[in-house]
Structure formats: structure tokens, C-alpha cells
Ligand binder design. Structure first.
Ligand code: PAF
Length: 284
């Protein structure tokens, strides 16, 4: 496995693969890797000749300095995990490499309709930062396929929009959520969960499963209030539980048989904010 820290080194290495039109899979990450990230590496290895993974804690997507500071960083372990997962190239740049001082980078502004709900409500500017960094990394790596996890559903949908809007020649592959044995969605933030709270955080998955079961027996506002009640407790405070169209991310009023419905939630579990979602219905 090669580790590159500069754009120049990365570019030199990739030139050879570009010249031979090799399929390159790319996984952008902020490190603190877990089995969810490794499942993306596995998917890329199956579908490409070369797998490139980036580790970069992107400052422009954090709306609170304290969240950026507290973001877990485990570079030594990340590299060991990537090597064991047969990743070919790791790109681990400093901020100046990604955002060279004095250079204006072009990145599209996502439409309000996609960014204003759910995560966007609570993290102003977050998705603009995500689009900026993913566009920059895609320009640097120029992969055939980009691998992202369904766990950040809104993020994946917005990146899908960005690829279509900019007409980038890259295929977006969204891989299923990886869960811990008890159903908790894997996330880099889980290590910060208090040990007493972590086992109880399965309430998110349980609630999503029950909502899927109850679909059609209650109206959507009723389902939503029921879910918010399940997710509230001494250690848990939900920020939202929304049922949205899987592509436009607009809230649905009801779910007809041809609707693509996804339930998304964000919950404070003690001091840590965790996300989860579930596709309730996807028409063929
Ligand atoms: O999901 C993440 O880890 C980040 O938002 C991403 C896509 C790597 C961009 O910094």
C-alpha cells in the first residue's frame, strides 16, 4: 500500500493508471475507520483495478470548532486497517494541499431544497463544505467509481446531485449501512458514546424497524410523533425523525405504493449526536 501526502505524489502515481484506462475506485473518509469504511474498500476492490482511500478531516464541513477538535483521529490504526483490507493507495493530505492558499476552487452550491432539511437544519454550511471537499478530491483522484455509505443518507444524495450537476464522469456507489451486532449503525463517533449509553443506542435501529413495520397502519405525522417519543428519554434527545422522498429529500405527506420513502433520524445520545436511517419502501 502506498501512502501519499502531497497532490503531486498522488498525481504522479495515478498517471500510469489513467494512461491505461484502469478502473479506479475512490473512498473519501475522515479517518477513525471502522468496518463500515472497510466494506467500501471491499466493494471497490471487487469492482476496480485500483482502490484509493483518502483520510482528511475536512475543516470546512464543521460548523462548530469544538466538533472539529473532538473529531476522533486514529491515523496509525487507520493505515493498518487499510493495509489489511488491501487498499492500494492512501491519500492523507494537510489542509494546504487540499485548499492551496490563494487558489480559488470551483464547487457548485447545492440547491436549498436538498440542504435545508434534516442535517442541514442543525449544521448550517455543512453540506456546502462536504460538496467542496468531495469535488476537490474527485478532481484530484479522477476515479471511475466513488464509494459512500448509506449511513449518511442526505450526504450521499447531495453528492449524487453534485455528480449529475457537474457532469463528472464518475459512478456513485452507495453501500449499505454496517451495523454492530446489536443493530447500532457503525460510525466514527460511536467511540465517544458513554459506555452506559452505547448499548441503549440500539433504540434508533429498533425504532426504524418498527416504523417500517407500522407503515400504512398510521398516518405519517402519527408515525413521526410515535418515533420521536420512542427516541426521547433521560439519555436520548431526538433532533428530527423525518420521512422523506429518497431522491428529492422532501418530506412526504403520505406513502403511496410508488413512493420512494426513507426515514432519517439524528439523536443526541448523551454528549454525542448519532445518525441512522432506513429505506422504508423503494419502488422497483
Ligand atoms: O462522510 C465523511 O466522512 C465526510 O463527510 C466525507 C465524505 C469524507 C467528506 O469529508
Amino acid at each position: 500500500m502506498y501512502l501519499f501526502k502531497s497532490v503531486h505524489q498522488l498525481d504522479q502515481y495515478l498517471q500510469h493508471f489513467r494512461a491505461s484506462n484502469a478502473r479506479v475506485g475512490f473512498i473519501p473518509t475522515m479517518g477513525a475507520l471502522h468496518a463500515g469504511h472497510l466494506s467500501l474498500v471491499e466493494a471497490s476492490n471487487e469492482q476496480n483495478e485500483l482502490t484509493v482511500c483518502s483520510i482528511f478531516v475536512n475543516p470546512t464541513q464543521f460548523n462548530e470548532g469544538s466538533d472539529l477538535e473532538k473529531y476522533p483521529r486514529t491515523p496509525g490504526l487507520d493505515l493498518a486497517l487499510l493495509a489489511a483490507a488491501n487498499c492500494d493507495v492512501v491519500f492523507m493530505p494537510q489542509v494546504d494541499e487540499v485548499y492551496p492558499p490563494g487558489v480559488e476552487l470551483d464547487s457548485p452550491t447545492p440547491p436549498k431544497a436538498l440542504v435545508q432539511g434534516m442535517e442541514g437544519q442543525f449544521r448550517p454550511g455543512h453540506f456546502e463544505g462536504v460538496v467542496q471537499v468531495v469535488k476537490r478530491l474527485l478532481d484530484l483522484v479522477q476515479p471511475s467509481s466513488l464509494y459512500m455509505g448509506q449511513k449518511d443518507y442526505q450526504q450521499a444524495a447531495i453528492i449524487g446531485w453534485m455528480i449529475e450537476y457537474t457532469k463528472l464522469a464518475v459512478e456513485l456507489v452507495v453501500c449499505p449501512i454496517m451495523r454492530e451486532e446489536n443493530g447500532l449503525a457503525m460510525s466514527s463517533r460511536n467511540v465517544r458514546l458513554h459506555p452506559d449509553i452505547r448499548p441503549k443506542a440500539i433504540v434508533l435501529y429498533q425504532t426504524l424497524l418498527s416504523v417500517k413495520e407500522k407503515l400504512g397502519t398510521l398516518s405519517l405525522p402519527e408515525l413521526q410523533s410515535w418515533a420521536l417519543e420512542q427516541l426521547s428519554g433521560p439519555d436520548f434527545r431526538p433532533e428530527y425523525f423525518d420521512i422523506v422522498d429518497g431522491q428529492s429529500l422532501q418530506p412526504l405527506d403520505n406513502v403511496g405504493e410508488n413512493d420512494f420513502a426513507v426515514a432519517c433520524t439524528a439523536v443526541w445520545a448523551g454528549e454525542v449526536r448519532i445518525l441512522d436511517n432506513m429505506i422504508l419502501q423503494k419502488p422497483e
